[in-house]
Write a protein that binds this ligand. Structure first.
Ligand code: URP
Ligand code: ZN
Ligand code: ZN
Length: 464
């Protein structure tokens, strides 16, 4: 008799019962069946067959796994790498309910973008969350059009450009890159700040002996962002390239964005919890207390916070990312005598959902559906991951967050999971956090414990 030596693969089943599913446009009670990491059934009552892991989510919200569109793990800087690598940073992300991250590929000067992507993929291979990248052209070289085309074919449709820092592009180069990206039907993500103007203001501050962290904020006034936003909108109109403006922080930028969107120019926008919740007074004081708030753009005023919350509601801003880029105090101290040497960046990947839930949903600034849109669905749609990610429906990946709105905690670097001794939300209360986080059908966080099992992130090929 013929016997097959083919192994019969066991189907891993998870059945989540009694939960309240929240998507970008619905809230409903239902059970969810997952088989091998994919949702295969959603209905009022699913009978257990006996071979499933059963999770009772009675009375709890179930959100699609968070997608953070903006993180920098292991970012090389003169102060060393940002303190989270892909393993520690993605673990912190999971604790906070984020199951997918979008990081960056920044080539070295003269490096081919395709090679830079391949190196970055290696660095990210220990990520616990799924991941993809925005790839940064930092100059214009002969073969760049082919490289962008090849990157696009390999499943990446977003290209990050800087208008500031030492990798900022001059206007003529920026326009040429945008034309190429538009031709390949990709999207430009942009750090919008007037680099030259900021350099002038920073150096003037220094010349006058103003070297403490406060002058980081003083040398990046609102117009240095909003004028850059105005310029990139104009470039988008000229080139017909879709533009996603990262970490928008000012009221004035929002006015430009709103007007452009009204005119039908293809502008999308992201903000971050720090710009919704904190103000620039955090930068006035002792170095050890203030240097953790040195990041760019800088913290603004309450009127800016207010305008950003409003823009979430009116959908002029589509996503809330974190710009997670933590540095330890010892790294920040490189700029103890000169704010220009403080590495720019702060962590946040772990608390994005809890902060938005506590200060957005619970304060009636956004609805539960808005919360899901801003933390997950919109990012999936914009960057070509939808409906595998960002949705709870049959066929989607089983990346889910079972939310306990009764947990009250105080954020502290003592207890957070990021590899950093600083937290810009130190002492902030959160009301609500994940009780269980499921990635690809596997429980990875349960009651504040990391259940390592065989959780492994994968590189996500995205659709144009
Ligand atoms: O200060 C920041 N935000 N550092 C990370 C790099 C960036 O500008 O996004
Ligand atoms: Zn930036
Ligand atoms: Zn960033």
């Amino acid at each position: 008799m013929y016997t097959s030596n083919k192994e019969v693969k066991k189907i891993e089943k998870t059945l989540i019962i009694n939960g309240i599913i929240v998507t970008s446009d619905k809230i409903f009670k239902s059970d969810i069946l997952s088989e091998n990491g994919i949702i295969t059934e959603i209905s009022q009552k699913i009978e257990a067959k006996g071979n499933e892991t059963i999770i009772d989510a009675k009375g709890k919200y179930i959100f699609p796994g968070g997608i953070d569109p903006h993180v920098h793990m292991q970012l090389p800087t003169p102060a060393g790498f940002s303190s989270d690598n892909f393993y520690t940073g993605s673990k912190a992300a999971l604790f906070g309910g984020t199951t997918t991250i979008l990081d960056f590929v920044t080539p070295k000067k003269g490096q081919n973008l395709v090679n830079a992507l391949s190196e970055r993929k290696n660095e990210a291979s220990n990520s616990l969350t799924d991941y993809s990248f925005h790839v940064s052209p930092i100059d214009f070289h002969e073969n760049i059009e082919n490289e962008i085309c090849e990157i696009t074919k390999s499943g990446i449709n977003s290209f990050k450009v800087y208008m500031a820092y030492n990798i900022g592009l001059k206007d003529d180069v920026l326009l040429k890159i945008m034309k190429i990206v538009a031709k390949s039907k990709g999207i430009i993500t942009v750090h919008a700040e007037l680099g030259d103007e900021i350099d002038k203001l920073r150096n003037n501050s220094a010349k006058n002996g103003n070297l403490s962290p406060k002058y980081h904020a003083v040398s990046r006034p609102n117009y240095t962002e909003s004028d850059a936003v105005k310029k990139i909108i104009n470039f988008s109109e000229q080139t017909n390239c879709t533009v996603y403006i990262v970490h928008v922080s000012t009221k004035e930028s929002l006015e430009h964005i709103r007007n452009a969107q009204k005119k039908g120019i293809k502008i999308l926008a992201e903000t971050c919890p720090q710009y919704l919740l904190l103000t620039d007074d955090k930068l006035f004081g002792e170095f050890n207390e203030t240097s953790k708030y040195v990041f760019s753009p800088v913290l603004r005023k309450e009127k800016d916070n207010f305008a950003l919350w409003k823009a979430l509601k009116t959908e002029n801003i589509q996503t809330v990312g974190t710009d997670h880029c933590p540095f330890n105090l010892s790294q920040k101290k490189l700029g103890e005598n000169d704010f220009r040497k403080i590495p720019n960046g702060a962590g946040g990947v772990e608390h994005r959902l809890s902060l938005l839930y506590t200060y957005g949903v619970r304060k009636n600034k956004i609805s539960l559906n808005d919360f899901v849109k801003l933390t997950s669905t919109n990012t999936a749609k914009i960057f070509g991951l939808y409906p595998k990610k960002g949705e709870i429906t049959v066929g989607s990946d089983t990346d889910l967050v079972i939310w306990n709105s009764k947990i009250n905690e105080i954020i502290s670097s003592k207890y957070h999971h990021s590899n950093c001794d600083l937290n810009i939300y130190e002492g902030t209360i959160i009301n609500g956090k994940p009780e269980i986080v499921i990635k690809a059908g596997k429980v990875c966080i349960k009651n504040k414990e990391f259940i390592s099992s065989d959780i492994k992130g994968i590189f996500l090929k995205r659709k144009i």
